[in-house]
Design a protein around this ligand. Structure first.
Ligand SMILES: CC[C@H](C(=O)O)C(=O)SCCNC(=O)CCNC(=O)[C@H](O)C(C)(C)COP(=O)(O)OP(=O)(O)OC[C@H]1O[C@@H](n2cnc3c(N)ncnc32)[C@H](O)[C@@H]1OP(=O)(O)O
Ligand SMILES: [Co+2]
Length: 134
């Protein structure tokens, strides 16, 4: 069961400039910055009601964000949904014919287990599932 729009992931080239822009736009500072080595990204999180904005900058040439920004402009990179049981949701999505980008959930940012659905199987949108690590 997908229970909430957990965050919108925005790919940015200059994390400091984007953090300043979103601090002014949202009228509040971020609640967290976090480096996710497994994804070679630096992230900055803002809480907006029940959802979040996640700013992402690549920290290496092989980062998914770096590669994304080689071909596409800054902006929306992915949409993330909160799930109660990520393993069950991954199995459900496989039976529904979606292409998952990882066999098992992996450690993401903001104390979550995550997986990704290939955008080519999700109407052109990169989808992330997130389950809180209690
Ligand atoms: C986990 C930490 C944090 C969190 O919240 O916890 C994150 O969110 S980390 C976010 C960064 N990590 C990822 O995105 C991991 C999953 N992504 C991938 O595995 C790749 O980026 C992938 C497979 C989506 C694309 O790989 P690659 O760029 O090497 O392939 P192509 O450039 O050939 O793209 C194939 C096809 O997909 C389209 N595409 C690529 N990225 C996106 C996107 N973000 N949204 C929509 N569409 C996307 C691309 O345009 C190609 O389409 P085509 O029609 O063939 O041109
Ligand atoms: Co994300």
């Amino acid at each position: 069961m997908l229970t909430n729009l957990e965050h919108l992931g925005l790919a940015v080239r200059d994390l400091a400039a984007a953090t300043d822009l979103y601090t002014r736009l949202l009228g509040q500072p971020p609640y967290k910055t976090e480096h996710v080595a497994s994804e070679a990204v630096d992230t900055v999180f803002f809480q907006v009601g029940g959802s979040k904005i996640e700013l992402l900058a690549g920290t290496s040439p092989d980062s998914a964000i770096t590669k994304f920004l080689e071909k596409k402009p800054e902006g929306i990179h992915h949409v993330a949904f909160e799930v109660d049981d990520i393993v069950a949701e991954m199995a459900r999505l496989r039976t529904e014919g979606f292409t998952l980008l990882n066999e098992q959930p992996k450690r993401g940012a903001d104390n979550k287990l995550v997986c990704f659905v290939h955008p080519k199987s999700a109407g052109g949108v990169l989808v992330e599932l997130c389950q809180s690590i209690s």
